[in-house]
Design a protein around this ligand. Structure first.
Ligand SMILES: [Zn+2]
Length: 106
């Protein structure tokens, strides 16, 4: 579980970072419609931002490069209290007003 400060996550969430929970795609089930927005990832391969087509809430991220897993926005989980972030990624991209939220891994 991690906090991502990359520009994609900033722009998708309208915030300083995204709090993400990786899950095996075979163990993930969603009970309603999900629409995917295709983007070009840093590797040049496609990444997908999954969102609710009714309210627009950000739900998932996944990529063809890591096809066996899905990254779920922690606050969208049925039980968000399971989220325990261990580290920040792309911390160098954090906005100055969001640097206090960077988690330094031990
Ligand atoms: Zn990100």
């Amino acid at each position: 579980m991690f906090r991502c400060h990359c520009r994609d996550c900033q722009q998708l969430t309208g915030s300083g970072h995204a709090d993400m929970t990786p899950l095996a795609i075979d163990d993930f089930w969603i009970s309603a419609d999900l629409k995917n927005y295709e983007m070009s990832g840093g590797s040049g391969q496609s990444t997908f931002s999954g969102f609710c087509p009714n309210c627009g809430s950000q739900l998932t991220r996944n990529s063809s490069r890591m096809g066996d897993r899905v990254y779920v926005h922690a606050a969208s989980l049925d039980d968000p209290s399971i989220y325990e972030p261990e580290r920040s990624i792309y911390a160098q991209s954090a906005q100055s007003w969001d640097k206090a939220t960077i988690i330094k891994s031990s």
